[in-house]
Design a protein. Structure first.
Length: 128
């Protein structure tokens, strides 16, 4: 997590607050793929296009605040618009996904990224 390294060298970070999505832990994606694949073997008629993302939806600023708070970092996080943080690739302001079909068809709920964040911080030994 680059944020944790930056929080060691800076008192304040600027993070965009107008890009919203659902951070998704990699282990949740892998588990969802396995569950979906297992169901598709038994019921190929379930095939199609589905979305899967973490919940709740959050902007990058809010996500960064939560990372630092749970890591016990005192780094201030200032909200900025995307226009103040140009990148070579255009980033969508709204990358929220409708995961209702995935839940209805496969019984997969959106994983809470906050729970996964605790696990990641513990794994990286970046906790209070």
């Amino acid at each position: 997590m680059f944020e944790s390294k930056l929080s060691q060298t800076r008192d304040t970070l600027n993070v965009v607050d107008d890009q919203i999505g659902g951070p998704t832990p990699a282990h949740a994606i892998a588990a969802a793929c396995l569950k979906i694949a297992d169901q598709l073997i038994r019921a190929p008629n379930k095939s199609g296009t589905y979305h899967f993302s973490g919940a709740p939806d959050v902007n990058w600023h809010g996500f960064a605040q939560e990372v630092f708070a749970r890591a016990g970092r005192k780094t201030a996080v200032s909200p900025i618009p995307t226009s103040a943080y140009p990148t070579p690739a255009a980033r969508p302001l709204n990358s929220r996904l409708d995961c209702s079909s995935t839940e209805d068809v496969f019984g997969l709920l959106r994983p809470d990224w906050r729970t996964a964040l605790d696990d990641v911080l513990k794994e990286l030994e970046i906790t209070k």
